[in-house]
Design a protein around this ligand. Structure first.
Ligand SMILES: Nc1ncnc2c1ncn2[C@@H]1O[C@H](COP(=O)(O)OP(=O)(O)OP(=O)(O)O)[C@@H](O)[C@H]1O
Length: 168
């Protein structure tokens, strides 16, 4: 199964990945990570990456100065190097969930290389990809994967369909 979930910001991609993970953990060996917002006093100040099985958390981006940048955020490529080395260790998992392959993550060559190697070697992958990205890796994923656009109307059904596909 190779599914790429896309959809507008905030539609529920991360939530869908977490629901799938929660339903399968303990039954299958699921590896991967999700990306979530960091808020302070209700205001978004950045993003962090959380590894599913370990809960290890890495700062992906923070508002403020520095390079590389994506809009008003500084991206911590050094943390993406660590995430890339984690991805390299997912080879034997039953399912790998990567949320997300997006513009911030794609600033890291190591991250891109790690995802490419995963695509070359692993059959059961659930990825989320940025809506409008034209990065070659995202274009490859959109070409090779079944792409599902998540909406408020289909987001609960998509979770069930992915779970059914993994059982069969
Ligand atoms: N199925 C759902 N039912 C109810 N609320 C939901 C559902 N899915 C997501 N939400 C809510 O919508 C908000 C955004 O969800 P989420 O972070 O999963 O979206 P996202 O598509 O991953 O966002 P981003 O584009 O920032 O990655 C959250 O507050 C979440 O609780």
């Amino acid at each position: 199964m190779r599914v790429a979930i896309t959809g507008r910001p905030g539609v529920g991609k991360t939530t869908a990945c977490l629901k799938i993970y929660e339903r399968l953990r303990g039954k299958k060996d699921i590896r991967g990570f999700v990306t979530r917002e960091v808020r302070e006093k209700g205001v978004r100040v950045g993003f962090e990456i959380v590894e599913l099985t370990t809960n290890e958390t890495y700062v992906l981006a923070r508002k403020g100065d520095g390079y590389p940048r994506v809009s008003k955020y500084r991206v911590f490529v050094e943390n993406l190097e660590i995430v890339a080395s984690r991805i390299a260790g997912y080879a034997n998992a039953d399912l790998v969930i990567l949320d997300e392959v997006g513009p911030m993550e794609l600033k890291s060559r190591s991250f891109v290389d790690a995802v490419e190697r995963l695509l070359d070697s692993h059959e059961n992958l659930l990825l989320t990809v940025h809506y409008r990205s034209t990065h070659p890796l995202v274009l490859r994923i959109k070409r090779e994967f079944e792409v599902v656009e998540l909406t408020p109307e289909n987001r609960d059904r998509v979770v069930e369909e992915v779970l059914e596909r993994l059982d069969s």
